[in-house]
Design a protein around this ligand. Sequence first.
Ligand SMILES: Cc1cc2nc3c(=O)[nH]c(=O)nc-3n(C[C@H](O)[C@H](O)[C@H](O)COP(=O)(O)OP(=O)(O)OC[C@H]3O[C@@H](n4cnc5c(N)ncnc54)[C@H](O)[C@@H]3O)c2cc1C
Ligand code: SF4
Length: 328
Amino acid sequence: MRAFTYERAKDVDAAVAAAQNPGARFIAGGTNLLDLMKVEVEKPAHLIDVSRLPLKDIVDAADGGLTIGAMVTNTDLAADKRVIERYPILTRAIVNGASAQLRNQASTGGNLLQRTRCPYFYDVSKPCNKRAPGSGCSALQGINRMNAVLGGSDACIAVHPSDMAVAMMALDARIETKGGAKGGRTLPIAELYRLPERTPERETNLEPGELITSVILPPAPPGRQTYRKVRDRASYAFALVSVAAILDIDDERKVRGARLALGGVGTVPWRARDAEQGMSGAVVGDKTFQAAGEVAVAGAQGHGGNDFKIPLARRTIARAFTDLTAKA
Ligand SMILES: Cc1cc2nc3c(=O)[nH]c(=O)nc-3n(C[C@H](O)[C@H](O)[C@H](O)COP(=O)(O)OP(=O)(O)OC[C@H]3O[C@@H](n4cnc5c(N)ncnc54)[C@H](O)[C@@H]3O)c2cc1C
Ligand code: SF4
């Protein structure tokens, strides 16, 4: 690990000001950043500890939504009664990720900004455009079983690993920030993440030194919610495919509204809007749900080792919506 300096920010303004230092990085729970520093993938010169900032509350919003402080731990967010009742998709996504110890330490902001688990990103002896721009992508012709089938480019096919972000994508969360050129802003979560294209090293639209201060959840959408995660073992494993599904049906069992987001398959947490629109007004059942699965992965591209994710995603989508109907 390289030497670095450290300071604990006393408030948000101080954190944002300190982030102007060259090579400065925020550290929250540290469960991802420290691992990357140990293998010298991340080499910050200065760490700004934001974990004790007063951003640990979950507050009711006037419109019926929730505002979640960026330092709320994954455990506290998943266990919040309002989240369990109104956004069960979020609780399910969180508790399906990592381990209890990690969730106790990991923060809301850090979870959204965790970096890919592509093995070549961690292996500094191998080419990786995300870690070393212009060096090449080892995964394209290499071991790519865990890599993306949606949103990839010739430069990178790394999966975004967060489960929480997939649920927040389905819930149309908004991200609040401080710092950066505008001093702070609110942006939809869909605009937080960037496709890799030619610059996979830039994963988000945040500016250097821009701090996530909170996540806003709009009022819960009507209908039932579920999060289904398929992985190599029952716990403590990243998704091969995950599905965040919300389904609202009328008395004639027709779809009034559907939302669908995917994890484990996309270079960003993936919202499948075409599939959602295709379901509108359709009678619920196998035909509708299988069609949704087809549409959701219509543009998918496998790279050999990860080809299996395409049919797996189709089936997992159909299964998630079937579960929601069965419970109705
Ligand atoms: C063994 C293991 C298994 C895991 N399994 C899963 C899994 O199945 N599903 C899953 O979703 N996750 C999984 N994780 C990842 C885990 O959820 C993340 O490591 C964690 O959520 C990151 O949060 P943190 O607060 O520790 O972030 P940190 O490590 O502190 O920071 C991560 C990044 O975010 C930046 N950052 C942090 N907070 C802010 C902020 N407020 N504003 C701006 N930038 C910020 C940091 O600079 C850093 O770049 C796993 C991790 C491990 C080690
Ligand atoms: S997929 Fe992305 S992270 Fe993985 S080796 Fe290629 S460039 Fe690096």
